[in-house]
Ligand binder design. Structure first.
Ligand code: CA
Length: 229
């Protein structure tokens, strides 16, 4: 089992378009959550913690622009990339879209191939390991394609769970992860695992990373969880 696939939240009120988008994203290996209006989108953002949002501009009641604006002013969601979909191609709309903080902008009717490429481009930035890139932190290097980890040039053997745990931590150095968030990301949200299991595997990861005499890069944050660095 590899690390959990990125979750894409699709917000689109037209059922046919929502289904086509969801189908194509799932075919690309993503986990997909779907919302049909702005209110539902805001609820699902809290529930699903998506890695990226594809957001239609024209939605009933709360518009896509308003959803974008709200998410980009919240400290816990402003880092989530948003790709806006719009039927309006005027330059002024493009500018307005970017002023709300949208990370990218695609005009309808769009090519699915192009939209997928835009989604992947955003994720290379925010979920580099899921995109198969090499991660580096201090003297630790993790190759998500070959599953090799080295520290100061020496290979470190990790079990599959420790590898996924390190990948998650290395994607966002400095971020404090709660045990529940690590369970979702590393074990998958559909499996019940006791939160103490996280402590056990963090302990093993710590031991492996420091066996060559390096300092412990993992930080235990009391009452909050764990961070790298
Ligand atoms: Ca619409």
């Amino acid at each position: 089992m590899n690390i959990a696939p990125p979750t894409v939240l699709v917000v689109e009120d037209e059922p046919a378009q929502r289904e086509v988008l969801g189908y194509n994203l799932e075919a690309e290996g993503f986990r997909v959550a779907k919302a049909e209006n702005g209110e539902e989108a805001l609820l699902l953002v809290d529930e699903e913690q998506p890695d990226i949002i594809v957001l239609d501009w024209m939605l009933p009641n709360v518009s896509g622009i308003e959803v974008c604006r709200q998410l980009k002013t919240r400290s816990d969601t402003r880092h989530v990339p948003i790709i806006m979909l719009s039927a309006r191609s005027e330059e002024v709309d493009r500018v307005r879209g970017l002023e709300t903080g949208a990370d990218d902008y695609v005009i309808k009717p769009y090519s699915v191939v192009e939209l997928m490429a835009r989604v992947r481009a955003q994720l290379r930035r925010t979920r580099p390991a899921a995109a198969g890139l090499r991660l580096e932190y201090d003297d630790i290097v993790l190759d998500s394609e070959t599953h090799r980890v080295t520290r100061d040039g020496a290979e470190i053997k990790l079990g599959p769970t420790e590898f996924r745990l390190l990948t998650t931590l290395m994607e966002k150095p400095g971020r404090v992860w709660s045990r529940e968030q690590l369970l979702d990301r590393v074990w998958g949200r559909d499996i019940y695992v006791d939160t103490r299991t996280v402590d056990v595997h963090i302990g093993r990861l710590r031991k492996s990373l420091t066996q060559g005499g390096g300092t412990d890069p993992l930080r235990t944050v009391r009452g909050a969880g764990y961070a790298l660095g």
